[in-house]
Design a protein around this ligand. Sequence first.
Ligand code: F6P
Length: 373
Amino acid sequence: MVKHIGILTAGGDSPGLNAAIRGLGKAAIDGYGMRVIGYKDGFRGLMENRFIRLDGFSLSGILTVGGTILGTSRDKPHKMTVGNKILDMTDVIVENYYKNHLDVLVCLGGGGTAKNAYRLAQKGLNVITLPKTIDNDVAMTDITFGFDTALGIATEAIDRLHSTAHSHHRILVVEIMGHNAGWLALGSGLAGGADVILIPEIPYDIGKIAQAICRRSKSGKHFSIVAVSEGAMSVENAALLDHAQKRRKNASNEEESKSAQDEIKEIMAKQVNHSMEIARNLEKLCKLEARVTILGHLQRGGAPSAADRILATRLGTACASLVEKEVFGVMIASDGDNIKPVPLEEVVGKIKLVPLDHQWVESARLVGTCFGD
Ligand code: F6P
């Protein structure tokens, strides 16, 4: 029997998605004689049964292309906006899976996508996920594709900011993506020689950052680069958030839970523009001009790096082999030089944060980087 694969890409786009689609599609079609379709725009396309047939022609020439030829969305099967309502569309998705005679649905995405795929597995569908995200925060895999490319882009940005910071004797604050994980800011900060690296895992004290910058000034270095992860928080805000999260967890009724949620929203609202606030405060405390660069979606766009092309191709082709062996309900993880299937229940609900004793943190500290702690 010819096996039928459905592929979708969900969540934020990430360099390497097309390389993974190509790897999976080519290995499945040419290597195993399978048939492959690709759903448009993530779980929404699956719900609306919008798909394209993937064949030698459509899979050709996409290895080096950024984004995803399938389109993506952040829609969740169980909470989808339809008209002006938010509905659970899981049953429609299950119906479409069978309508297209799928043997497996392969979802390319991050932690949220793994959770959504797992929910579909619990409804009886065969699913496999491939870990992609520039944040590198998916549990149970060494690395996600997209991370290496974003790391290169952020590092190059820091390199470029160095010369202008140096020429103008300024503090240059650069905000780097990563959601609640500091991998991208830490990696690019280390590679680019940032003087200060602020990550969500290590709450910062603005006074300590100012001291580090003033020390540099006194030693004749009248410029500093501050790499700030978008999720980095001051000690004060981190304590408030922790308190509100505990309140929400222990709430004994709706009202308590709502009030805790409102408090969390308020704290998170303060996070918007926090790089600006860091720059403003450092300007005052260090008596140096400060400027802010927010790298934003530049970090996700464009061609994947060689490392991401290789990783995505390895994961995609390994996926075809696992479909052939009928290994389902797994995420295909990178494990050193190997690839291994990890049961989805071991992945969902977890996030891979930077361990405080991670070697990158230790090395950065040993070359004098300030973490604001
Ligand atoms: O998960 C990838 C990511 O780029 C995060 O680093 C960032 O917080 C988020 O997506 C931004 O999402 P959007 O593109 O939907 O604004």
